[in-house]
Design a protein around this ligand. Structure first.
Ligand code: KG4
Ligand code: ZN
Length: 366
């Protein structure tokens, strides 16, 4: 569905995010292409409610979104100093993600859009991660994107809003999932990524020799299941783990991940050059918050004469501002959605991409 497009125009958009275990709402002003301002950005993590179960429980997540979303939206509007009638559009994540949570956020957005007579924008969560650098530093497509989150690990050519070409994907675990499972087997809390990073700071990354999955392979796909298993085996060999053992294993894991991902990006640079993409590598998604990964990819990019772009940590993990910005980018192009648009648990950015060979769980990660 298209409305009145004005890509150069300005707009004010409310963004709602409920695809996993963060409830978030934000107001973003788009003053023109690559010119965004965050007027408010409220995020509430549900992690305490899932802790006892060792992972996100979909039913609990959906209920927790219901319990606080209204309050968060009100806070986002108040902090931005605006009312519903000041908005140009209401945007919400419509997928991919946990279907119960998606229904909560998208239905709330529909109700607000209907009540205030505003257009609705159904946002792809992955597109929101992909476009965040437009908000944070005004970088507009085309560019090469490394998307690393809890459920996805892909390299994509971002050709424009709504136009993505998948270059690579994981054949087993997503990178965030590998961080989370590694944390779990080392007895660290969830979500595991930040805890592995914290422990790794005091660890010796060279004490354990871990594999560099897929290194040297021509196609730039990823694999992390074997690396996680290697960490498990080392931990079992040690028996009772001391804090130093855990720190050393975390550091070795981070180093192996960084070197593996760096190798995959080098391969993807070649693909990008053949396609004539400018030499900009963007990292997005929760794992892009990892400092060792950021530093490692900065070196790889500089060596190949590329520039690395990464959003600030708070805008790498799930948030409402990225949804509002992606909503504003779509609204400016006239891309709005009908009020009966359905949420989608699975929603790949490049629907034409074929599954990678050896892909274990296609439904979750394609
Ligand atoms: O993008 P995100 O917030 O949610 C999804 O869309 O999945 O990503 C969450 C993932 C989790 O697996 C979490 O452990 C990981 O990002 N993560 C990190 C860090 N912060 C979050 N992984 C490594 N280092 C971090 N600092
Ligand atoms: Zn995400």
């Amino acid at each position: 569905m298209t409305g009145g497009a004005n890509p150069a125009g300005s707009c004010l958009v409310l963004g709602i995010e409920t695809s996993c275990d963060e409830t978030a709402a934000a107001v973003v002003a788009r003053d023109g292409p690559g010119r965004g301002r965050i007027l408010s950005n409220v995020v509430r993590s549900q992690w305490e409610q899932h802790r006892a179960f060792g992972g996100v429980v979909p039913e609990l997540a959906a209920r927790a979104h219901v319990e606080c979303l209204d309050e968060l939206i009100a806070e986002a509007l108040t902090t931005a100093g605006i009312g519903l009638r000041d908005l140009d559009a209401v945007a919400a994540t419509a997928g991919p993600g946990l279907i119960g949570g998606l229904i909560v956020g998208l239905t709330s957005a529909k109700a607000l859009a209907f009540a205030a007579d505003k257009p609705l924008v159904a946002v792809n969560h992955l597109e929101a991660h992909a476009l965040t650098v437009g908000l944070t530093e005004g970088l507009l497509p085309p560019y090469l994107l490394l998307l690393v989150s809890g459920g996805h690990t892909q390299i994509l050519g971002v050709e424009g809003v709504g136009r993505y070409a998948r270059v690579a994907t994981t054949i087993d675990d997503a990178l965030g999932e590998a961080f989370d499972k590694t944390a779990k087997l080392l007895g660290l809390p969830q979500p595991g990524g930040p805890h592995v990073e914290r422990m790794a700071r005091t660890g010796d990354a060279t004490r354990f020799d871990l594999p560099r999955p897929m290194a040297g392979r021509e196609e730039p796909h990823f694999s992390f299941a074997g690396l996680k298993t290697a960490v498990r085996r080392r931990a079992q060999e040690l028996g009772q783990l001391t804090p130093q053992d855990v720190a050393d294993l975390c550091a070795a894991f981070e180093l192996a991940v960084t070197e593996s991902v760096a190798d995959r990006c080098r391969k993807a640079f070649r693909w990008a050059q053949l396609r004539g993409l400018p030499r900009h590598l963007v990292i997005a998604g929760g794992v892009a918050a990892n400092q060792r990964l950021r530093a490692g990819l900065d070196v790889v990019a500089a060596d190949a004469d590329w520039t690395l772009h990464v959003p600030p940590v708070a805008l790498c993990t799930d948030n409402g501002a990225m949804i509002a910005w992606a909503g504003a980018e779509r609204f400016a192009r006239g891309l709005i959605d009908p009020l009966d648009v359905a949420p989608r648990a699975r929603w790949p950015l490049d629907a034409t991409a074929i599954p990678a060979l050896g892909h274990g769980r296609l439904g979750a990660k394609a």
